[in-house]
Design a protein around this ligand. Structure first.
Ligand SMILES: [Zn+2]
Length: 348
């Protein structure tokens, strides 16, 4: 009898595992929507309109970021091809050039606000009145710190509590006072964070988003959520389509590696269970080095991956991106990105 139950359990488990994880969310990250701003962090208004057309053409379901994350937390399944649109830095060009396009489609989006730029009436930043108008037209405003610092570079005179209250807590209080914001979502400036910051975010109830690419699953670490940059060289619609349809490797939150570069080149290792991925089809890539040494093996249903670049990495914020095709949906790719900050480079 025990053996039958065991076999039955195995059968049920394998049936469940044979379906690709459905709770996937792709998050897009933009900065400026303009032609007269730095190319690396900009998309033209026309380019942005084309991206929105692409979302429609590819049958993407544009969802509210916070509600989608809440749904994942409740164990609910998101619509297939769910996508959330985000902007960082409260740039005026988003208000002028992206908001009309989004409002016309009645699509939700999130704007991460660095509050000192707004409080200081910075000439490329939105005003509180414009942010309120954005809110009325379907935008959700969230936390991007006060001064947009390298958060990992804490002033020696401050404790981690003092530092993050000064940069994150204060920004949240400004958002609350000016806009009535009560939800807690933060986008790390420059996508940089360390374990202390993760811990503070978690204990203060923030969802936190980086700038490493990849899809979100219900397993994703809630204080290290990936987003696909979609500006500059990443604005190309052809490469964006692959990302829109990407799937999340079912990597549990406890597999997260602190994104600070210690050994160079760094080693990335992670493990997960999936029947929809063939280990030998997993390949990791490093910026500037293309495909890198990737070893993936399956044992007792667990796939273990280890990847390492051949050469040291010179970038300030290097990433390894790992992909693998889905067996059941061969046109879709699993995508996971590990990010590191190279603290040897002062002006990253
Ligand atoms: Zn920013």
């Amino acid at each position: 009898m025990k053996a039958i139950i065991h076999r039955l359990t195995l059968l049920i488990t394998s049936v469940l595992l044979s379906f690709p994880s459905m709770a996937e969310l792709v998050i897009l990250q933009y900065h400026h929507v303009a032609t007269n701003t730095p190319a690396v962090s900009s998309i033209s208004p026309q380019g942005f309109a084309e991206h929105m057309d692409l979302l429609e053409k590819e049958n993407m379901v544009v969802v509210d970021l916070y509600e989608a994350m809440q749904a994942l937390d409740r164990g609910e399944t998101l619509p297939d091809r769910a996508v959330a649109i985000t902007f960082d830095d409260a740039y005026l060009s988003v208000y002028e050039n992206a908001l009309p396009i989004l409002a016309k489609r009645k699509w939700p989006f999130t704007m991460f606000v660095n509050t000192a730029a707004v409080d200081g009436n910075h000439n490329v930043a939105m005003s509180w009145d414009q942010l309120r108008d954005m809110q009325r037209q379907g935008g959700v405003l969230a936390n991007h710190s006060v001064n947009h610092p390298y958060l990992i570079e804490r002033p020696e005179t401050l404790s981690i509590e003092q530092w993050l209250d000064q940069e994150i807590g204060h920004a949240q209080r400004r958002l609350e006072k000016e806009l009535g914001i009560s939800i807690r979502m933060h986008a790390y400036p420059y996508g940089e964070f360390n374990q202390d910051i993760i811990d503070w975010m978690a204990s203060n109830g923030y969802l936190a988003f980086g700038q490493q690419s990849g899809a979100v699953s219900r397993h994703s670490h809630r204080q290290a959520l990936p987003r696909y940059p979609a500006s500059g060289i990443y604005a190309n619609p052809k490469t964006l389509v692959t990302k829109l349809h990407s799937l999340a490797f079912p990597i549990k939150a406890d597999q997260l590696i602190e994104p600070i570069l210690h050994d160079n080149p760094p080693t990335l290792s992670f493990a997960f269970s999936s029947d929809d991925i063939r280990p030998h089809q997993i390949q990791c890539f490093a910026g500037g080095q293309g495909a890198i040494s990737t070893k993936a093996t399956r044992q007792d249903g667990v796939i273990t991956v280890e990847a390492k670049a051949d050469n040291p990495i010179t970038a300030g914020r290097p990433r390894y991106n790992c992909t693998a095709p889905s067996i059941q949906q061969p046109s879709r790719y699993y995508w996971y990105s590990q990010f590191w900050t190279n603290t040897d480079i002062p002006n990253r």
